[in-house]
Design a protein around this ligand. Sequence first.
Ligand code: PLP
Length: 460
Amino acid sequence: MTASTTTVRDSDIAPELLEQGRRAYQLDRAHVFHSWQAQGRFDPTTIVKTEGSYVWDGNGRRLIDLSSQLVNTNIGHQHPRVVEAVADQARDICTIAPQYVNAARSEAARLIAERTPGELNKIFFTNGGADAVEHAVRMARLHTGRRKVLAAFRSYHGGTQLAVNITGDPRRFANDYSAEGVVHFMPAYPYRSYFGSESPEQETERALRHLEDLILLEGPESFAAIIVESVPGTAGIYTPPPGYLAGVRELATRYGIVYIADEVMAGFGRTGAWFAVEHFGVVPDLVTFAKGVNSGYVPLGGVAISPEIAETFNDRAYPGGLTYSGHPLATAAAVATINAMADEAMVENARRLGEEVIGPRLERMRSEHPSVGDVRGLGCFWAIELVKDRATKEPLAPYGGSSAEMDRVVAAIRAGGVLPFANFNRIHVVPALNIADDVLRTALDVVDEALAVADGFARA
Ligand code: PLP
């Protein structure tokens, strides 16, 4: 199939909507200050309509959303049950302070607690992922009476001051004053092993030895928490090798360190399980979540808390809170999202799509395209890592940056009618968990074809 035949049809977007989009673009350029961007150089795409796995740009062009935006629309766009639930809640009680009991918040907490691993049955609600991470660390510090935090390089944990310092990617650099008590360690990353490993098993063993050495050399009693993305997301969807997370759990227990699983991106069905830790058979002490909990229809995040840590705050006030903790609109969206996911078997579908559609197709891309260094993932959570040279693994864009070559690949994907998620030298395949098989196959055809552009830069 060629890109032109897979290009999705432009649709009948009302002229008023397109006009509104043009005006929105002008106002955006005049007044909106965007995240992470050099403001003067940024040229954002306008979106005028969204539905299911599609978005329409400012020219009325329909694109398949293979990004789930920032990997949050796990149930796709404008799911009618969630839209209705938010509207109903708005008519009923739009907002209420966190100290008052509210039906939507209580039910959301119950539904989340039912799905978290082990006995993590108390839920603290936040406005998003970064503040969930901040609060998880605060809980760990107060619970242990210790201060320092262990976090992995090649990770992302949020944009607020502590969360961005916990983050192990270049977004930290400009925000790092060495003041947050964070110690970074090398992650288990078999494709580009920091330990010279030649097998996943060796990587697990060596990465855990490095982690334990670091704990011992830094002083085990100084660490309050270790935070690990169960499957690191923005940093490259590099699934941990067998036994790695079990080893992290074991080290945390041995040295009295609280294990925080950051499931902001990997949670709520993304990997084909409600929480990604389920694949690895481990139970953390705290789990942070956001994004997929309500598909991002209204901002929401939170921390699921173990009985031991919850107990710390039984007779002692928890020194933290937010005006919008458990906001009714956000938690009503979570209730409707979780129920829709369960009723429509979306988590099972994500697992099937990973096993039957995405995984095999990406493997084929690896075998056919010299520019594909590695493919990896599970469920609806996959990365294609592009290289100039398979032998040296020289990336198509440098770590922490972009390149003209990568820009050309991304442009080819968009020209084919697909909205991709790209980071450094990677294309992420992260569709909604309920994307139709034929739409997903069309999107993968477009990616496959765009890889011919990448092949042009690769030494065979
Ligand atoms: N943790 C992880 C693993 C994430 O992927 C993200 C966002 O991408 C965050 C935390 C921060 O979440 P938010 O952007 O909602 O603050």
